[in-house]
Design a protein around this ligand. Structure first.
Ligand SMILES: Nc1ncnc2c1ncn2[C@@H]1O[C@H](COP(=O)(O)OP(=O)(O)O)[C@@H](O)[C@H]1O
Ligand SMILES: CC(=O)N[C@@H](CCC(=O)OP(=O)(O)O)C(=O)O
Length: 253
């Protein structure tokens, strides 16, 4: 299964340790691939250099200068996460899109700068690593046709990896799932159909960062992923519960 691990669910070292422990616990039962973002880390590094952060429809407008910072920040985080998830045995390897053309992309919209739309995933590389008992940790910077880096929303990257491998996916975030009346946790949708999700986006009760997450989940299902769940990375035991259908919002076709 694919676990998408985002910035909001990795804000503290304690939270990261807890999630790493849960991922490690699943390894006996599942082949696991982690795909990560790191929005807050990118934000901090851009601000430290006086570079602006602007989002359009949930995507960061990425100038060439910002792209350098994004790649640097996510590459460092990638190594840290691989070390944490691999534990003392070290059975995880951190990879970015440039490694063996793991994530290929093309420019999504010139107005957004170096933002990528995924065009290919090196699924064979991931299968080889999994076959050797190694857990791949994938950062969401892709390689463009010009050989240069492109910034891909981490939800989109994770959905593409799930689709390419035909595996289920859990998106870990900082809310329990999709709320019908955000931020009221009592309004959590246990299941959401494509029609329901599209209505939510149209009507505006699914907004901001939840939009690319829901779209990535639906795209993964379209590409053959057996399940897609959005759940909280802040709840103990969430991964096992999400797979059993006992936590989060499950997207259905
Ligand atoms: N209907 C909704 N239900 C839950 N969260 C929502 C909803 N609409 C918008 N959101 C926002 O989406 C956020 C999760 O997306 P995002 O911040 O991109 O997470 P991550 O960094 O984990 O990828 C929530 O914290 C919340 O602010
Ligand atoms: C194009 C685009 O928006 N890329 C994202 C990549 C990181 C990401 O998605 O991180 P989270 O999962 O923590 O949100 C960004 O620059 O913030």
């Amino acid at each position: 299964m694919i676990i998408k691990y985002g910035g909001n669910a990795m804000k503290s070292r304690e939270l990261r340790r807890a999630v790493a422990g849960e991922i490690a616990a699943l390894r006996g039962e599942y082949s696991v691939v982690v795909v990560h973002g790191g929005g807050p880390v990118i934000e901090g590094e851009l601000a430290a250099r006086g570079l602006p952060s602007e989002f359009r429809a949930g995507l960061r407008v990425t100038s060439p200068a910002a792209m350098e910072v994004v790649e640097m920040a996510l590459s460092r985080l990638n190594k840290q996460l691989a070390q944490e998830v691999g534990g003392s045995g070290g059975w995880a390897v951190g990879l970015m899109g440039r490694d063996s053309a793991l994530l290929r992309a093309e420019v999504l919209d010139p107005e957004l700068g170096r933002v990528g739309r995924v065009t290919g995933v090196n699924a064979a590389l991931l299968r080889t690593l999994l076959g050797a008992g190694i857990l791949p940790v994938v950062g969401c910077v892709a390689v463009g046709s010009d050989g240069e880096a492109l910034n891909v929303n981490a939800d989109t990257a994770a959905g593409a990896v799930a689709g390419a491998l035909g595996e289920g996916i859990v998106f870990l975030t900082d809310v329990d799932g999709v709320y019908r009346a955000y931020p009221d946790p009592a309004s959590l949708a246990r299941q959401l159909t494509r029609a329901g999700a599209e209505a939510g986006i149209r009507e505006g009760w699914i907004a901001d960062g939840m939009v690319p997450k829901v779209r990535a989940a639906l795209d993964a299902l379209d590409a053959g992923a057996p399940f897609a769940v959005i759940a909280s990375g802040m709840t103990a035991g969430v991964l096992a519960a999400a797979v059993r259908g006992e936590a989060g919002t499950r997207l259905t076709p």
